[in-house]
Ligand binder design. Sequence first.
Ligand code: BEZ
Ligand code: FE
Length: 294
Amino acid sequence: MRNLTPENITEVFASYFGKDTDPRVREVLVALARNLHDFAREVRLTHDEWRKGLDFLEWAGRITGPERNEFVLLSDVLGLSSLVDMMHSVPGATSSSVLGPFHVSNPPPLPLGGDLKGDWEGEVVLVEGHVRDMEGNPVPGAKIDIWQTAPNGKYSSQDPQMDIHEFHALLTADENGWYGFTTLRPVPYTVPDDGPVGEILRAAGRHPWRPSHLHMIVEADGFRTLVTEIFPEDDPYLDEDTVFGVREDLVMRYEPQPAGTFPAEGFALSGKVDGPWSKVEFDLILAPADVERR
Ligand code: BEZ
Ligand code: FE
């Protein structure tokens, strides 16, 4: 085609596909080109702006490696990761939320009632709940992979002073689907903003903060794996998470408990908590594995 115009280029793009192209590949690429072309037409993109965009992607590529993925972060701060999550969430099951870059593989198994706090100082938080299916039945033996920041706002992989497995654990729910452990409150922190994504945040007058949260991946045979996070209702950044991860059903509450009331047995810290502590109750509802995905 040689009679290209700003108006017909999208149609011409669609006509260049081979006959045997996978229909889904064609659908996605045609829609991508249509939206990109519409975007360029809508803002009347200039050569300078187009070049800046390509330089941005080149910078993101340069700093991306096994330890840091700027493209994932870009998708997160643009709301794309959360949009994809929300479009595939199953009503009635716990919402999924961003995985983030700080999960470590092979977290150490922790017995039920175990402790993540270790030698760190602070008020003990007891987190417990049940893993259930969408009919309310328990899911015995569900695996719950948990990770969070230390009180210094860092994940273990960000702090050379920390053991890589600190504040990471793998729990196995009991025959009633119950899980429980003790820890300290995670704290709000900033996403990495010393690269190109930070430039976008600053250009947009946005801050890089995430509300404090506890990450979880819940796996059980016959169920869709749930990647999620839970957030306290009183976090100052709850309604302005820079990666759009908060959902109504993922908001929890720290229930304050008076001194002297910590369970006398069943927890690694039983008999060791004298002061006030707090409790979080959170049930995790899993969708069946064969639930419609698109
Ligand atoms: C996190 O929650 O760990 C996270 C999520 C998205 C971007 C950066 C961090
Ligand atoms: Fe996080």
